[in-house]
Design a protein around this ligand. Sequence first.
Ligand code: 5GP
Ligand code: MG
Ligand code: MG
Length: 181
Amino acid sequence: MMKDDIAKVYFTEEELQAKVRELGRQITEDYKDAKEDIYCVGILKGASVFYTDLVRAIDLPVRFDFMIASSYGSGTSTTGSVKILKDLDYDIEGKHLIVIEDIIDSGTTMSYLLKYFEHRKPASVKLCALLSKPSRRTAEVAIDYCGFEVPDEFLVGYGLDYAEIYRNLPYIGVLKPEVYA
Ligand code: 5GP
Ligand code: MG
Ligand code: MG
């Protein structure tokens, strides 16, 4: 069973769901008078689980779009370079963008993507990240909606993977050291 690989649970399913509802309420309140279209842009694959829960907690008509950006390999440390493997499907000029990300770690990926979005002249861009590791930051990133701040530990579950597995755990935890061996 997957849970046998987990050393410690960081956020339970209930804690995650409560946070998602809170973020959804806040976003709904902030955008309820928006005149322009709202695009929720999920950064695959890590944000996928958070994204699908969060959009259902936003009580407004939003449109879906996704990007795939890669800065990590299959290990646990960043390479520093960002590659766009899948771009936006839509022209976002004049639209409101809510960027939905799993975790801001060094900030490399998101600082790159935020600049990339700004070039396309959206009406506004806000960032919603479930997790943030402030102690790891090397590139400045302003998080408009942040779920939880976490210490410098490698987390899995709720979309976060180790070597592409554990994404479907409904909670977030830390792996036992022997799993990496
Ligand atoms: P950054 O560019 O901010 O250093 O890293 C961004 C990406 O690295 C995240 O979107 C995520 O996919 C991955 N990442 C960063 N920290 C963790 C972590 O603790 N666990 C997992 N599974 N992925 C992480
Ligand atoms: Mg990510
Ligand atoms: Mg990953």
